[in-house]
Design a protein around this ligand. Sequence first.
Ligand code: HEM
Length: 148
Amino acid sequence: MKKFITATLIFFFLAMGTMFLWGFIDKQSKESSTPVPPTTAGSSNQNSSSSSSSTSSSSTAPPTPLEKTYSMSELSSHNKASDCWLDISGNVYEVTSYLDYHPGGADIIIMFCGQDATKAYNTKGGNRGSHSSRANATLAGYKIGVIK
Ligand code: HEM
């Protein structure tokens, strides 16, 4: 009888241990497989303190000394899906790597690569209203400078 109880207890603890490990491994693999859109952060000449200025950059504020400036003609040469820059409210965004993550689809952005996309962005390409504050925060991560 004693042997039976000992065996039952060992079996119980082994089963509990396996279930715990299983749950833990499952949780880890779910966390690591969540897709995160890449940003261009670090590839521009902005430092982290100047990027805070991009939150207030919806207006055409004069560039800070650290911000890179681009002419409209330079912007217009980045006009394709494999190299897509947007001018939104006088700020320049390099959104190539974001295209595939756009909830509204890549094509709607691709039409505006190399152009002033302010109106398109603010109306979601028509009368669909403005983008959310989450979208504005995502956009800020792709800023590479301002229009001269
Ligand atoms: C040419 C510019 C763009 C146009 C015409 C456009 C249009 C749209 C459309 C049609 C939708 C889906 C429909 C809807 O939610 O009502 C959408 C959703 C969204 N877009 Fe764009 N988009 C543009 C650029 C961007 C950029 C550059 C970003 C970020 C880097 C962005 C981020 C988002 C996000 C996060 C959503 C989900 C809804 C929200 O949070 O507002 N979009 N967009």
